[in-house]
Design a protein around this ligand. Structure first.
Ligand code: AMP
Length: 214
């Protein structure tokens, strides 16, 4: 199964990816996670991406396309993958199309998770992440049992710099300008686009996704 999860920041792509990974045994490829790791390690990629990320802007297409091309040929992608946060521009979508066709592969579905803007802002501003295992928390809806410590690995819980209110607004604008047009792009590619209502309990949303996939 080869999936794309579309949807604005805060729509739950990361959370739903975790569920999909355990159900289908295919890897989640999150360009955001790959970039954050590169920034934390101070690699060349991380140094190139850091300023864009902190301002909520998109990292240049070519950097992202190179990451994806390298990642898709890894052995764990043989049975499929879940793309979370990629593609985010039409240039990225085109590069993906070319790469997959060179590999003689095609996409199974593009899941668009729909959530209204006030809900996105509430979710993003309360979101907290484990520095070690990237598990997701929310200060109101799913706080860690011991404050600031991850339930799963005991790692430190932190707030992403780009989840601060002033950056969130910018990320949502960037999404509307550059990523939302991909909904139409994939609508035009024979029946790939599946619309999912992204409000409600995470388990309910996951059931909706499984229903359209199976
Ligand atoms: P995310 O965790 O998916 O919200 O991504 C965090 C940040 O990483 C974004 O605001 C961008 O700065 C950068 N980023 C992640 N994925 C991409 C992508 N496909 N294209 C460009 N920038 C990206």
């Amino acid at each position: 199964m080869r999936l794309i999860l579309l949807g604005p920041p805060g729509s739950g792509k990361g959370t739903q990816s975790e569920f999909l990974v355990s159900r289908y045994g295919i890897p989640q490829i999150s360009t955001g996670d790959i970039l954050r790791e590169a920034v934390a390690k101070g690699t060349q990629l991380g140094r190139a991406a850091k300023a864009y990320m902190e301002e909520g802007k998109l990292v240049p297409d070519q950097l992202i396309i190179d990451i994806i091309k390298e990642r898709l040929v890894a052995p764990d992608c043989e049975r499929g993958f879940i793309l979370d946060g990629f593609p985010r521009t039409e240039a990225q979508a085109e590069a993906l199309r070319t790469t997959l066709s060179e590999m003689e592969l095609s996409l199974s579905a593009v899941i668009n998770i729909q959530v209204d803007e006030p809900t996105l802002i509430r979710r993003l501003s309360g979101r907290r992440i484990c520095r070690d295992c990237q598990a997701n928390y929310h200060i109101d809806y799913s706080p860690p049992k011991i404050s600031d410590k991850c339930n799963k690995c005991g790692g430190e819980i932190y707030q992403r710099k780009d989840d601060k209110e002033e950056v969130i607004k910018n990320r949502l604008k960037v999404y509307l300008d550059q990523t939302e047009p991909l909904i139409n792009y994939y609508k035009n590619v024979g029946g790939l686009l599946k619309e999912i209502n992204g409000k409600g309990k995470v388990e309910e949303i996951f059931d909706r996704i499984v229903n359209v996939l199976e």
